[in-house]
Design a protein around this ligand. Structure first.
Ligand code: G3P
Length: 215
């Protein structure tokens, strides 16, 4: 059960890294754009500053597999960087080539079980089903996680399920229940995982009683 942060924001990672609960980071071009940083420099800074992260996804964007592989090469020099490719014919070709070159690969933009099958066959280290975007489009993202889990359990090829596009702590928990190995989430969703009004109320009572004992 691994927790990844879905952000390219250095400070957002830094603020949560010391909890010891964060196993990795995922980024995409939209998140890099939001951070305002150069893609390579952003990933390099994360890789060098947070050595306990097991995987930092850096996404490549090109029409052809050979161009994706070329884009990936500088990232592959960095520690613990995973190359993220889209689930297209060329993306899966790139996935196979990158695996042969020794990279770990995250196949992203997964919206069906069939795509998850192909990604596993291409040697993906991780597949990223987009739970929230499926729900936005009237489909059951959690059902997809369960289906992929069942397929991978029956036909194991070593690919891990990395649930993405997850926007609430409730959905985070359900992704794990349906079989996700990893959930990547925005920092704010991670923060809200701690929250329960009953914890806050219970703590206030304990604090009051503690204070009165120690008066
Ligand atoms: O990891 C994918 C994620 O960044 C997409 O999330 O909320 O834009 O669908 P969202």
């Amino acid at each position: 059960m691994k927790i990844f942060l879905d952000t390219a924001d250095y400070d957002a990672i830094s603020m949560r890294y010391d909890t010891g609960l964060i196993d990795g980071v995922t980024t995409n071009p939209s998140l890099i754009k939001k951070s305002g940083d150069d893609p390579f420099e952003a990933i390099k800074a994360i890789s060098e500053s947070f050595p306990d992260l097991k995987s930092i996804s850096a996404e490549v964007v090109a029409d052809l597999a050979c161009d994706m592989v070329e884009q990936a090469k500088p990232f592959m020099e960095l520690d613990n960087v995973t190359i993220k490719v889209p689930c297209t014919v060329e993306g899966l070709r790139a996935c196979r080539q990158l695996r042969d070159l020794g990279a770990t690969v995250n196949v992203t933009l997964i919206f069906s079980a069939a795509q998850a099958v192909l990604a596993a066959k291409a040697g993906a280290t991780y597949v990223s089903p987009f739970v929230g975007r499926l729900t936005d489009n009237g489909c059951d993202g959690l059902e997809l996680i369960k289906t992929i889990y069942d397929i991978y359990a029956r036909q194991p090829l070593g690919t891990e399920i990395l649930a993405a596009s997850v926007r609430s702590p409730e959905v985070v928990a359900l992704c794990y229940r349906e079989g996700s190995d990893i959930v990547t989430m925005p920092p704010g969703v991670f923060d809200r995982m701690y929250e329960s009004v009953l914890t806050r109320e219970g703590l206030a009572i304990f604090q009051k009683d503690w204070d009165s004992i120690n008066k």
